[in-house]
Design a binder for this molecule. Sequence first.
Ligand SMILES: Nc1ncnc2c1ncn2[C@@H]1O[C@H](COP(=O)(O)OP(=O)(O)OP(=O)(O)O)[C@@H](O)[C@H]1O
Ligand SMILES: [Mg+2]
Length: 361
Amino acid sequence: MSRVIITCGSGGVGKTTISAALALRLAEEGKRVVVLTIDPAMRLADALGLKGLDNQPQRVPTERGELLALMLDPKQTFDELVSRHAPSAEVRDRILANHYYRSVSTRLPGVHEYMAMEKLLALHREADADVIVLDTPPTRHALDFLVAPDRMSGLMDEGVMRWIVLPASVGGWRMLEMGSDMLAGVLKRLLGEETVGEIAEFFAAFQGLWGGFRERSSAVRALLRAPDTRFLLVTAPAPGARAEALAFLEVLQKEGMPFAGFLVNRCVIAAPGPVSWPPPLPGDESRWEAVGDSVEAVLARHRALVVTQDAAIADLVAHAPRGACAWRVPEADGDVHDLAGLRLLGRAMEQAGAIRGLDTP
Ligand SMILES: Nc1ncnc2c1ncn2[C@@H]1O[C@H](COP(=O)(O)OP(=O)(O)OP(=O)(O)O)[C@@H](O)[C@H]1O
Ligand SMILES: [Mg+2]
């Protein structure tokens, strides 16, 4: 059974980067790891060997262990689900060719998040890994991602469209056909006769797949809450980040999802204290002093930054439940886009205690 580690947090805090660094670190500790990334920056995707968008795990050249990486393609994941679970080739083809499906399968709210969950479940059931690291999409609201499975099965069960157009439902689609219902008339006027027909056709073809979606939704709900699943909440070392991180934590706790700790990403490292300068060379004194003053000014600014950062992190921890950890990862020198850069971050996570922390029950 694979353990699942999920990195979550606000947009742009470094979820994708941290997921990749964590996965590489765990692999090079000798584990078999799969990392499912969401929209990595091009150069990070390159570093992970994810050039083609084919939704299948690719092997990353590690020094030890085994790391497979894949990038979520929501559309392809949906198509795979249809292909795999359709009761016949004919039904599969009808769905895949349906215009409503082809637009809905990528545009429904929450589909991106839901497909990440489906992919996670498939990896959990089939990939023979010790750990699965799951990156999460940049949702506007924390809840969007965590409740995607519920929302999706709700949509399948209660979808207004389904109620209106499903041929098998008593009076539903037939009502539209008779054209006697006001709602039907309005719908047809708004969407056009052909579109309404496509929607009806889609729901009819999809009928045999609802049960599977429902089953997997509840399986993924359980997996997210499994006792050895861990949520790593990535955040920034800035005073403004506290509210969002705590809001996220509150959702995790309310939903019963196991919180591992905060990963405070892009921290500044403490600068050295007052610098003692060597005596200037004769004749160089005034220039030497000017250099010294500007270096001191830079260091003073840096120290002030560290003070602000430390206060922000202390404040975050003070407002979190007792015992919550805040592991610091430093700001890397430039963008993190290769395995060497990821390795450095992985080492920083190890030194901060995050790797051990993620492993404790
Ligand atoms: N520790 C770090 N040091 C330096 N740069 C970093 C660090 N962590 C992340 N970055 C950079 O920050 C940017 C955003 O990181 P990333 O894409 O991982 O964030 P994200 O949370 O996944 O964003 P999104 O919410 O859009 O998915 C990237 O350019 C990445 O290289
Ligand atoms: Mg990301």
